[in-house]
Design a protein around this ligand. Structure first.
Ligand code: KG4
Ligand code: ZN
Length: 336
């Protein structure tokens, strides 16, 4: 079965076709990042307008790339939440209208379920059950996955998401949005001997919840003192970026290991924008080896928002005989 996937929950228009027999047939991502960069974050109204403009032409492009007509589609999956309401409505309306006109099912997909399943698009895949660390701009969650739709939340951030913390820290030292890749790139010039060290929040007590707002404040305090003392130069910023990235990564690694041990599992999936982080991948590889566990992740372009993960999640739902009524509403907030 061939499923068209539409992702429009934030600032990327992602369109893809997944075939349950032959895998991913085609995918395209149009990023609006440049448009939002000058505002320091995503402007919802601009995002919605751009999704409306880009979705239909991109659907034509992926159909062409897959050498298919839309009449050969078996279903359409679209992100129905969580996300920006106007942006979600753009994709949901186009997806449902197209499904209606083709007389095929439409499936509303949870954005985080899409992220969680994205590593399943790769050759190296885990078998269920496994633990998933979902780390994006809006979420930091540890989930136990026993099957498609069988998710149990083990822990989550009580305040900022990890990606949000990266974005805010980046802004404090004048780096553009999205801050995660910017901090990671700058950290490469940083020295681990700088003496700067930030806290690993909530790692000294039991439990699987996270908190990143204190870490963000610690970063801001360090930047302010450097500014006051006239030493906030490029080297300081790189050192601070490295210390910050290391603190976030260490915190995530400690909690992942703890979740695997608590659940008695040996496989971890990392997904969402922050899972593209190289240091996080390397640290997990080496730390999990110690407990004979392994880590799985998607190629970088499928870590951030994309249509392939929505097409894949939709296809899994379709195989289970699920679809959504045409009047299914989108949801800005929606627990997994
Ligand atoms: O999953 P995603 O594309 O969108 C949401 O659903 O939020 O994640 C975007 C987040 C941003 O906060 C961005 O700064 C972060 O992922 N991110 C990274 C990296 N690439 C993206 N954070 C750290 N290191 C990276 N390499
Ligand atoms: Zn996302």
């Amino acid at each position: 079965m061939k499923v068209l996937g539409l992702e429009t929950s934030c600032d990327e228009t992602g369109i893809a076709i997944y075939d349950t027999e032959n895998g991913l047939l085609a995918h395209k991502i149009y990023s609006q990042i440049a448009q939002h960069a000058e505002y320091g974050g995503v402007v919802p109204e601009l995002a919605s307008r751009d999704h409306v403009r880009k979705t239909l032409p991109l659907i034509d492009e992926v159909l062409q790339e897959a050498n298919m007509t839309k009449q050969e589609l078996d279903a359409i999956a679209y992100t129905s939440g969580p996300g920006l309401v106007g942006a979600l409505m753009a994709g949901a309306t186009i997806g449902r209208s197209l499904a209606y006109s083709l007389n095929i099912p439409a499936l509303g997909v949870h954005h985080m379920e899409g992220h969680l399943l994205a590593p399943m698009l790769e050759e190296k895949q885990p078998a269920m059950p496994f633990i998933a660390l979902l780390v994006s701009g809006g979420h930091t969650q540890l989930v136990r996955v026993d099957g498609i739709g069988q998710y149990r939340l083990l822990g989550q951030s009580l305040d900022d998401a990890a990606g949000e913390a990266f974005d805010k820290a980046a802004k404090m030292i004048g780096l553009p949005y999205p801050g995660g890749p910017q901090i990671a790139a700058l950290a490469k010039q940083g020295s681990s001997q700088s003496g700067l060290k930030f806290p690993r929040p909530m790692t000294d007590r039991p439990g699987l919840d996270f908190s990143f707002s204190g870490l963000k404040t610690a970063f801001l305090t360090a930047v302010h003192s450097a500014l006051d003392e006239g030493r906030c130069d490029e080297q300081f910023k790189a050192d601070a970026a490295l210390a910050f990235e290391t603190a976030v990564v260490d915190t995530l690694v400690i909690k992942c290991r703890r979740a695997l041990e608590a659940e008695g599992l040996k496989q971890l999936i990392i997904a969402g924008g922050v899972s593209a982080n190289q240091r996080l991948r390397e640290q997990l590889e080496s730390q999990l080896k110690k407990i004979k566990a392994s880590v799985f992740y998607a190629r970088p372009e499928f870590c951030t928002d994309n249509g392939a993960m929505i097409a894949y999640a939709g296809a899994q739902r379709l195989v289970k005989g699920q679809s959504s009524p045409l009047n299914l509403s989108i949801r800005a907030r929606w627990p997994l």
